[in-house]
Design a protein around this ligand. Sequence first.
Ligand code: NAG
Ligand code: NAG
Ligand code: NAG
Ligand code: NAG
Ligand code: NAG
Ligand code: NAG
Length: 402
Amino acid sequence: MAITTVSSPALVFLVVVASFLCTSTRAQHSSCDNSFSFFEEGIAGNVTHCRKLRTLGAELGWSYHNTTPNVTLNIVFSAIPSAAGGWVAWGLNPGNRPQMVGTRALIALRPANGTLAMNTYNLTRDTMLGCKLQPSPIEVQVSNMQANFSEETGAITMSATLSLDPSTYNISELKHVWQVGSSVVDQVPQKHRMRLKNFDSFEVIDLTTGRGFRDTGLTKQRVAHGVLSVFGWGILLPVGVIIKRYSRNITKNPEVWFMLHISFQISGYTVGVTAWAIGIALMSNSRHFNTFKGHRTIGIIIFCLATLQIMALWLKPKKKYEGGKIITDRPRKYWSIYHHLVGYTLITLSIVNIFKGFAILRPPPVWKWIYVGLLAAFSCVAFGLEVAIWVHKSRNNKKTSR
Ligand SMILES: *[C@@H]1O[C@H](CO)[C@@H](O)[C@H](O)[C@H]1NC(C)=O
Ligand SMILES: *[C@@H]1O[C@H](CO)[C@@H](O)[C@H](O)[C@H]1NC(C)=O
Ligand SMILES: *[C@@H]1O[C@H](CO)[C@@H](O)[C@H](O)[C@H]1NC(C)=O
Ligand SMILES: *[C@@H]1O[C@H](CO)[C@@H](O)[C@H](O)[C@H]1NC(C)=O
Ligand SMILES: *[C@@H]1O[C@H](CO)[C@@H](O)[C@H](O)[C@H]1NC(C)=O
Ligand SMILES: *[C@@H]1O[C@H](CO)[C@@H](O)[C@H](O)[C@H]1NC(C)=O
């Protein structure tokens, strides 16, 4: 009964949040105009197609000629490195999926004190494991390499002409990747940041239509994981705790309050575990399994504590009555201390992990602030109730002492 009354506002909440998150992703242009930085800089060359890539503020422009035996492809790629002295990269992967390992890349370096340099690189498994990245020839013939830096926008623009063997690189389904990094040491590009947007910088592109394809299921899973986690662990559980704490001092219908507490905690657990399962699936599908270690570990601890907490209900010592009055016996007292300890640890860890999650997923900042506002509201309510309980108690004490 209580669970169904909880779940309908939950549904509305989820739908609203999900729709906001979906509409906030950037619209992608397909026509070339002045909104592309390489046009403003006058470096566009002959490109006839343009596309704003989905992450890192990167832009790609191109034109192609179906020459034989190889297709001639002119590209312009522009992105803003995350710091003044950094690098930008763009490349094609001849393998089955767009990913860093195996990519034949063009990288433009701009060391803090040095001059702009551009070269071809072969990205291998060793590169990912942290080996020094040195320029190397690649199987694709590259000519007219040119790199430009704009003081005004901070963007680095690369342009080049590629000769693509159509049996390896099908321009209707090219696997391309891009990246930016914030430092260059001794002409060697250093590791990029480990954020989702750095991992999401790939897609399969059809150069003939300008459309890009990617796995949108992943984004939906992440949004679902985030929204359900916040709702289950971050809202329902603390509200259930507040209800329980307050109900202790209500002598009327304590069972109703107790049932309300239980139904909040059980729905919180159900929603939270669903979110947790999605999170585990995301982690195991990810090629960056070890990147968000802290978040993952805390998530697993939360799941274990919450499961313990639910199971502990059955282990709760029965109430003992003596002359119609409840007596607090030892086992019950210890159980209560244990239950509170685990409960408050669980709430604290959940809140910590939710903020870790915000830092990983980086939704529009308003969502984080809404949650901060909610937490502040919970704290105010809890504090107010605490005061009310205290006033109530001290009045009762006065009455009895008179
Ligand atoms: C533009 O296209 C023409 C003809 O295809 C070619 O000769 C010229 O080099 C191209 N310019 C650039 C900047 O790519
Ligand atoms: C750049 O040059 C200045 C002065 O020549 C020097 O103080 C600074 O350490 C250099 N920075 C880097 C990153 O090499
Ligand atoms: C680039 O690396 C791949 C392995 O990822 C290797 O098979 C290929 O031969 C390398 N290409 C060149 C030109 O070294
Ligand atoms: C871009 O850089 C090249 C050298 O790499 C230079 O010749 C060219 O004039 C620059 N173009 C613009 C528009 O700054
Ligand atoms: C066509 O591309 C292949 C590999 O991409 C290269 O080995 C070959 O030299 C190219 N042929 C021409 C005529 O450019
Ligand atoms: C390139 O991909 C398109 C679309 O997937 C396909 O129809 C076409 O046959 C492919 N061309 C080659 C040469 O593999």
